[in-house]
Write a protein that binds this ligand. Structure first.
Ligand SMILES: Nc1nc2c(c(=O)[nH]1)N(C=O)[C@@H](CNc1ccc(C(=O)N[C@@H](CCC(=O)O)C(=O)O)cc1)CN2
Ligand SMILES: Nc1ncnc2c1ncn2[C@@H]1O[C@H](COP(=O)(O)OP(=O)(O)OP(=O)(O)O)[C@@H](O)[C@H]1O
Length: 209
């Protein structure tokens, strides 16, 4: 798919506009070198660890990043070393939603090409997310009103229904993926759940709830 202008995107149904945006962001992400991805992961780790809500957290949910996503490997390991319980998404049959506890980097493996890495332990049910004090989610883009564009499976939109309402939802993106909602709002559907903050390697930005 070729990139589309803002006005062409607005003429589409939200799900079609989302598909165009996803294709163009995924293509851009492939351009980032491994060195730059590692630097980004280190910056994201430091910014997330600096959040006041993280200082007090005993349990944090974090996605285990795939190669071109905003990297979470350094963040997950740092939280684990502090004694924080880290919940990682586990995909059951039919991409069923569940959680696994992180026990170390050697235990985090890709079960199939293209699938996010997963810990090997027990498959905990989706309601386990209620234990999380902070929830770190992947996004392909976020706008300044808190709308999140995900991978398109609706996995997190459904998973987040189990979260405690007070637990902040923090999305990680690259800096060029944050859209000004006044000029370039992301398409939003009724089921889309907003995020409370977006963190890019350049900074942490609270969003209206
Ligand atoms: N790192 C990460 N973990 C995540 C998400 C995410 O966006 N990123 N999700 C966000 O919702 C959920 C599930 N996301 C999924 C991502 C890919 C596939 C998948 O089926 N991948 C294909 C290969 C695709 C490819 O080659 O790119 C496959 O297994 O055949 C399934 C679920 C939960 N965990
Ligand atoms: N709460 C929900 N209940 C039922 N279906 C849902 C829900 N949330 C999303 N879906 C369905 O999932 C599909 C994908 O949704 P959407 O495009 O918003 O995914 P996404 O948020 O980008 O993906 P992800 O959360 O996996 O990163 C849609 O067809 C939608 O109808």
């Amino acid at each position: 798919m070729t990139p589309m202008s803002d006005s062409s995107l607005r003429a589409l149904e939200p799900d079609e506009a989302k598909a165009h945006l996803r294709a163009s962001i995924r293509r851009d992400r492939l351009q980032r070198s491994e060195r730059r991805r590692h630097e980004a992961a280190a910056a994201l780790r430091d910014l997330v660890l600096g959040l006041p809500s993280i200082q007090e957290a005993r349990c944090v949910s974090v996605y285990a990043s795939r190669a071109h996503e905003p990297g979470t490997d350094l963040l997950i390991e740092a939280l684990h070393r502090r004694g924080v319980k880290v919940l990682i998404p586990l995909l059951g049959d039919g991409l069923q939603r569940g959680w696994g506890v992180y026990h170390g980097v050697e235990d985090l493996v890709e079960r199939a090409p293209g699938r996010p890495p997963e810990p090997s332990g027990d498959f905990l049910p989706s309601a386990t997310l209620a234990e999380a004090d902070v929830i770190v989610v992947p996004a392909l883009a976020v706008d300044t009103s808190g709308t999140r564009l995900g991978q398109g499976g609706g996995w997190y939109d459904r998973a987040l229904m189990e979260a405690r309402p007070a637990a902040p939802v923090v999305a990680l993106t690259f800096a060029n993926e944050v859209h000004d909602a006044r000029e370039h709002p992301l398409p939003r559907e009724r089921h889309d759940l907003g995020v409370d903050m977006v963190i890019t390697p350049e900074g942490a930005f609270p969003l209206p709830a």
